[in-house]
Design a protein around this ligand. Sequence first.
Ligand code: GLU
Length: 323
Amino acid sequence: MLRLRQNPETTFILKMRGGEPAVDQTTAYRGRFAPSPTGPLHFGSLVAALGSYLDARVAGGEWLVRMEDLDRPREVPGVAAIILHTLEAFGFEWDGQVLRQSSRAEAYAQVIERLRDAGLVFPCACSRREIAARGPPGVDGPVYPGTCRHRLPPGRQARSLRLRTEPGVLLVRDRVQGELHQDLAREVGDFVLRRADGIHAYQLAVVVDDGFQGINQIVRGADLLASTPRQILLLQALRLPVPAYAHLPVVVDATGSKLSKSHAAAPVDPDTPLPTLLQAWRFLGQAPFPEPPANLAEFWTRARSTWNMERVPNQYSKTLSAE
Ligand code: GLU
């Protein structure tokens, strides 16, 4: 089915649905859930956990959990353990050990060296304020205006490291959202790999770790759609295979604001998982159960036999109350 529409929140053009996964289908499915411990699990994260988990399990695949605890200053102490406890209480079962990004700084630094050797990295002296003053609006804040691309301006010190982007449209085939096109150089610009505070950027860490963990299917919230071309560019630069993507609708409240951990959305209650899972199941457009599952075990058995990604609405965002 062909649909053409302009997404108001990004300049992406969404053209078609059900694009072929870009992975080698002979490779076993390996998916993941990658929460950031900036707050306890809320309904939006639960939706991402549920979609990624069921899609992996229905395919007979593996499902890994990675704690994205890169940003120590934003981390709330104790929250990582609460997230894992909540996942367990909801009945999610992950494969292997939880990988913590806080233990991976060496790997990220090595990858930056490789990219630097390939001539793709440059030091940048610009502050956010300077970029905001000079950069035109882009899909994710102001576009980097190229100030330090060729050399640091005289008398300025390097703050961050950036990856060079070149003009040209990158294509993402998304199993839910359809086909997306983004001209990275024009819509994002050269982007940060290591921040001014020394912390490795999410875009870099996620790609390095997805590659390290052999992830070939990514199911996550559509708020990360605009980041996907940056991640594909990095994967290509590192000669890593590009996974298949499925971006699930972002949960918004009745006023249209995103529910997120940082916006203090109510955490899901580990003591009452079943009604919350049923609500997430409905949110993802899945077929109603003929009668409500009596308990958690029954929910998982039935959900694993009926999950269908094709039923997920191809919307960037969806209101919780509109189900
Ligand atoms: N850690 C990110 C978040 O919680 C998700 C990263 C990803 O799924 O790629 O928003």
